[in-house]
Design a binder for this molecule. Structure first.
Ligand SMILES: [Zn+2]
Length: 401
């Protein structure tokens, strides 16, 4: 009746519980009812309400049902790659030297500026297919490898085309990802042109395309004052702030995120105690990016346990980018969340689903409770803990509903 389908023959399901930050429901031998694109009921198969007993069934093939992952921090669109530079670094060449020779992020900016919208769309779609096949059903995606008006505009155009093709993503404007060559030594001038000219122009050209604005606040890049100017300009255009904060040193990025009512502060390896308290009080989601810490070879993992103790609802993300996280593997994020950030499996699951979705304003993603519209990932495991325990195993889910 009434277009309902029942997902059954499940070993079980695990789902965060909205409203209870770290609570996870675990139900063995479960069934899930979907109706009008949303979950109408979930529970033990034996308790399936009579009204759905005769509805068409989908075979869960004995797998475990988890909400699809949400990745709340990616730099999805860029051209070129930096594998050559990566090997030079393995041979001991410092990043500063590579950068001074025009490599590093500048190489990506050059390649991205040279790419057409069509090329960017194809690159983005190929990456989204990989993510989807690995259980990621929604992402946040940033501009930021254009660093000039026209290239940033092409990135926005490409993201809009990906949305038109049906991909589920939220877009963040990040022209202040770095200081481009044209403004070398003039972060102040660059932050002014981004705030005063580029953001209004990008929103005028692509109304509704972006939801957020981001700045890389870091020693030697943008100061808190420059970040505030850009993010305030974004807010006047309806873009909520997200911040690359306290990644390589403490700069007060988390505190600024709380002051501005940001959706998230991201990285946070050097976050202060005060910054954590401010984020908890201001309902800012700290987004931790452990693959970046791994790839940069850093010893300082974000103080995740302290954040949770302080009351923060921590999320995890890939930080997919060609320099410090060339990684489209959500299981690596999950595993590092447990093994290095010392989250429990249940906490890491919440961080990659419920809290990631909430940081993007999607209360109907990231869980399997009634009302959710999330696609469901069916994992071929005896127990979900295997996803972390068998640390190198390349499990592939099927995405259902
Ligand atoms: Zn990033």
């Amino acid at each position: 009746m009434n277009n309902a389908t029942v997902l059954t023959n499940l070993k079980g399901l695990m789902s965060p519980v909205p409203g209870s930050p770290w609570k996870v429901d675990r139900i063995d031998d479960a069934a899930i009812v979907r109706m009008e694109g949303r979950i109408a009921w979930m529970g033990r198969r034996a308790d399936l309400p009579a009204e759905w007993a005769d509805s068409p069934a989908t075979d869960g093939q004995g797998g475990w049902a988890l909400p699809g992952f949400v990745d709340p921090h990616t730099h999805l669109l860029f051209a070129g790659d930096r594998s050559g530079e990566f090997n030079r670094r393995l041979h001991g060449v410092p990043y500063a030297q590579i950068a001074s020779e025009g490599g590093g992020i500048r190489e990506t900016v050059r390649a991205t500026r040279a790419a057409t919208v069509q090329e960017l769309v194809e690159l983005g779609e190929a990456r989204l297919k990989v993510l989807r096949a690995r259980g990621v059903i929604h992402i946040e995606a940033k501009t930021g490898y254009g660093l000039e008006l026209e290239a940033e505009s092409r990135l926005l155009e490409a993201y809009s085309e990906l949305k038109r093709r049906g991909w589920s993503l939220d877009v963040t404007l990040l022209p202040a990802h770095d200081i481009p060559l044209e403004y070398a030594g003039d972060a102040e001038g660059y932050s002014r042109i981004v705030a005063d000219d580029w953001l209004p122009e990008l929103v005028r050209r692509h109304p509704g395309a972006a939801s957020y604005c981001d700045v890389f606040i870091e020693t030697g890049v943008f100061t808190v004052a420059q970040g505030r100017r850009i993010l305030d300009a974004g807010k006047r255009l309806g873009l909520q702030p997200r911040i690359h904060a306290d990644e390589l040193s403490w700069t007060g990025g988390a505190e600024l995120a709380a002051e501005l009512g940001a959706a998230s502060a991201d990285h946070l390896m050097f976050c202060s105690e005060q910054g954590m308290k401010a984020m908890a009080a201001g309902n800012v989601t700290p987004i931790l990016l452990p693959v970046t810490t791994l790839c940069l070879g850093m010893k300082e993992w974000a103080p995740s346990r302290r954040m949770i103790e302080t009351g923060c609802q921590v999320a995890l993300a890939s930080d997919f980018n060609p320099g410090s996280s060339p990684c489209l593997d959500p299981l690596l994020v999950l595993r590092l969340g447990c093994l290095q950030l010392r989250l429990t499996f249940e906490e890491a699951l919440c961080a990659m689903t419920l809290h990631a979705a909430r940081s993007l304003g999607h209360n109907d993603l990231g869980h399997l409770q009634p009302g959710a519209r999330t696609p469901i990932a069916l994992w071929p495991v005896e127990d979900p803990l295997e996803l972390v325990y068998w640390v190198g195993e390349a499990y592939v889910p099927s995405v259902s509903f």
